[in-house]
Structures are given as structure tokens and as C-alpha cells.
Design a binder for this molecule. Structure first.
Ligand code: ADP
Length: 396
């Protein structure tokens, strides 16, 4: 089966076509600047990247351009659209309504819409992408894969906030968590690599990308995760603050004359390691600046690693132990010095790093020594493949 995987943002659309039998990516790319002007990036397997600037007033034109590129006579990965057997859509927020991926129909779309106010920046874009695909390919089955679904197994003591209970009852204010597709993929994969039963392990997954979150997976179930009602909670990220005293938020807003939207913009887009360092949100730039002696870049790196270690420690407590810790996503997969800084703080768990193994980039590898009490692995995530697998499972 060929699955078109779509990940729609408010002005962007990432896509891949994956053959589910070989799990090969037949083509991939993205549309950017939708509603502004429009740019299509398309790359068939083994081929050159093509960039086309063309107007994309809405996501519908963007999807149409993707389909045209996929079936282009010269460079298209497919002969015709009939070769797309199913479409898998990433959906950010499923609230409490979706505990697993689901086949998309009118009722599902309406239910996703009910979750819009929990993710006002993401869910409407996801729905626009779904509707565009439905219009252009009405007979192709589609599946929604939710970032939040994997975390619906969290116990109530982990997902409730310490605020009046009525806010949960009235508005469903609680921790939901995100990156579920990645946490699920990585925790399953590490069990496979270790040759252990998934349902027997206590695993902590550190998904460290521009957006970053940690998840405690106890016997195959997410029991806690660091992001909350929104992706702002938890770790210090590229540009997000992560955990902060709400009183500090009010204090800054008053001093800077910001309203709620203004202060949330600062916490989401101008904070994190970029805000602290004043250099960049990218750890390649931070590492370079730190090596050159930039003190604020060093501080940002230390704060990032400290917070990761603190969450890992707390999740070891939440599960009353931990068998394996996984690092994944852009930073987790590529940045050995961050992994080392985190693991150095976790020596009390009996972790010993294998320095040579840790000195690798983007590989699936065990980075702890054989006598380390807790195993540590780098497991590259692959959210698109996970979405394709979920899609095939439901469509078949
Ligand atoms: P997202 O999907 O949230 O945008 P990614 O998982 O792609 O994030 O991670 C992006 C981040 O990973 C970059 O901002 C950068 O900090 C880091 N990163 C990516 N590649 C490398 C690398 N080769 N070396 C160091 N850091 C890297």
C-alpha cells in the first residue's frame, strides 16, 4: 500500500509518500508560505530536490500542487493518483475524545473541531488539510493520528492540575501531552532493539527537538509527560519557556505592558534557549557560541540539560524505577554533548555512558556501557512512518 502522510500547519504542509510494504519513502517535501505566496519543495526517492514558487492562496491549492508533483510525467514518484491507497493526517489535539488513531468521517471531523479551542493554532490547520484532501480525493480512505492519543493512558493524579476541580469538569483543563506518535514509536522500537517485551519495560523517552518533551512509558503505557494542556509546559525548548511560575508571567506582562496574547507570544516564540542565549534556538549555533566563550550560550545549554535531567529523575520516581532511557529528535539524535550533560547528572541511577558510542550522530545505538544499571539508547524517531503504519492498520 502507498500512504500519503500529511502534516498541516497554519501556513505549511509537510508530506511523504510511504510504501507500507517496504517502508520506503517514495517522495517527500513541503509547501511553505501558504496564504502568503507559496513554495513547493518536492523530492522523489533518489532524486534531486525541486523547488517551485507558485501561488497557494489556501491549503487546497497546496495539496493540488503536491498531487501534481507526485504524478508529474518526468519526476513524479507515482504514475497516477490511483496509486495512493490511503492518507494519514497528523492531528495535534484530540482532547479526551481520541485515545487512538481513527478513520476520518464527518463525525470525526466535527469532534476534532470541538477540540479546536484547546489547540487554536494547530487543529484548524489540520482540519483544513483534511478537507482539502477530501475534496481532491474523495474516495481515498483517511486516518487521523493524534499527538495526544498515546498519553490518554495517564492516571488522573498525573494529568490533573492543582486548580479548582470545576475547571476540569467545565472546560477539560488538564495535562494532555504531545509528541505521542514519537514517544510511542521510540518506546516500542527500543524494546525491539533490546529484545525485551514492550509491556515489561519502564522506559523514559526524551524527545528533544525544537519542541521538546519527555514521556514516562510504564509497561507500554504513557503514565506521565512533560507537555501539558498545550506544548508550552515542561522542558526549556528552542523558543518556548517550559515550566514557569504563573506569577512571573503576570509580573513580566505588567512590567512590559503586554496583554495575555502578547505574553504568551513571548513565552512561546521568544523564550527558551534562544531567549536565554540571545544567539539562536539551534543547538549547532549554541555549541559554536559556547565554544567561543559566549557565557549566555553556555548557560542556555546548561539550563536545557538540567531541566531534562530533572524530568528524567522525576519520571524514574513516577514509575518507581527505570530500565531504559531513549534520546530522540533533532537534538536527542545529534547532540552527544547534551546527552552527556544529562547522563552525568543521572549517575545516581547507576548510568554509565560509553563515550565512543555517544560520539555518534543520528544512529540507532546503545550509548551506555554493558554494566550500566539503566540502558541508554539513541533511537531516531520517524513520526511519518508511525503515521503510515497506523493508517495501514486501520484501513486494512
Ligand atoms: P522540530 O521537529 O521540533 O522542528 P527537530 O526534531 O527537527 O525539531 O530538531 C530541530 C533541532 O535539532 C534544531 O533546532 C537543532 O537544535 C537540533 N539539531 C538538528 N540537527 C542537529 C545537528 N546535526 N547537530 C546538533 N543539533 C542538531
Amino acid at each position: 500500500m502507498n500512504v500519503l502522510v500529511i502534516n498541516c500547519g497554519s501556513s505549511s504542509l509537510k508530506y511523504q509518500v510511504i510504501n507500507s510494504d517496504s517502508e520506503e519513502v517514495l517522495a517527500k517535501g513541503l509547501c511553505e508560505r501558504i496564504g502568503i505566496d507559496g513554495r513547493l519543495v518536492y523530492q522523489p526517492r533518489g532524486g534531486e530536490k525541486e523547488i517551485t514558487d507558485a501561488p497557494m492562496p489556501t491549503h487546497k491549492e497546496a495539496v493540488q500542487m503536491v498531487l501534481d508533483a507526485l504524478t508529474n510525467e518526468k519526476t513524479g514518484a507515482l504514475k497516477s493518483l490511483d496509486e495512493i491507497d490511503a492518507i494519514g493526517h497528523r492531528i495535534v489535539h484530540g482532547g479526551e475524545k481520541f485515545t487512538a488513531s481513527t478513520l476520518i468521517n464527518d463525525e470525526v471531523i466535527a469532534t476534532v473541531e470541538e477540540c479546536n479551542d484547546l489547540a487554536p493554532l494547530h487543529n484548524p490547520a489540520n482540519i483544513i488539510g483534511i478537507n482539502a484532501c477530501r475534496e481532491l480525493m474523495p474516495s481515498v480512505p483517511m486516518v487521523g493520528v493524534f499527538d495526544t492519543a498515546f498519553h490518554q493512558t495517564m492516571p488522573k493524579e498525573a494529568y490533573m492540575y492543582g486548580v479548582p476541580y470545576e475547571y476540569y469538569e467545565k472546560y477539560k483543563v488538564r495535562k494532555y501531552g504531545f509528541h505521542g506518535t514519537s514517544h510511542s514509536f521510540v518506546s516500542k522500537r527500543v524494546a525491539e532493539v533490546m529484545g525485551k517485551d514492550y509491556n515489561s519495560l519502564k522506559t523514559i523517552v526524551c524527545h528533544l527537538g525544537n519542541g521538546a518533551s519527555i514521556c514516562a512509558v510504564d509497561h507500554g503505557k504513557s503514565v506521565d509527560t512533560s507537555m501539558g494542556l498545550s506544548p508550552l509546559e515542561g522542558l526549556i525548548m528552542g523558543t518556548r519557556s517550559g515550566d514557569i511560575d504563573p506569577s512571573a508571567v503576570e509580573f513580566i506582562a505588567n512590567k512590559e505592558g503586554l496583554d495575555m496574547a502578547g505574553i504568551l507570544n513571548v513565552l512561546n516564540k521568544k523564550s527558551g534557549v534562544e531567549g536565554i542565549s540571545g544567539v539562536s534556538s539551534d543547538f549547532r549555533d549554541l555549541e559554536k557560541a559556547a565554544t567561543e566563550g559566549n557565557e549566555r550560550a553556555k548557560l542556555a545549554i546548561d539550563m536545557f540539560a538540567y531541566r531534562v535531567a530533572k524530568y528524567v529523575g522525576s519520571y524514574a520516581a513516577a514509575m518507581n524505577g527505570v530500565d531504559v532511557i531513549c534520546f530522540t529528535a533533532g537534538i536527542g539524535e545529534n547532540t552527544g554533548f547534551i546527552r552527556k550533560k544529562v547522563c552525568d547528572r543521572l549517575e545516581f541511577l547507576g548510568i554509565t555512558l560509553d563515550a565512543a558510542a555517544n560520539d555518534t550522530h543520528g544512529e540507532e545505538i546503545k550509548i551506555s556501557t554493558d554494566d550500566s544499571k539503566v540502558a541508554v539508547y539513541v533511537i531516531p524517531t520517524n513520526e511519518e512512518l508511525a503515521i503510515a503504519r497506523e493508517t495501514v492498520a486501520l484501513v486494512k
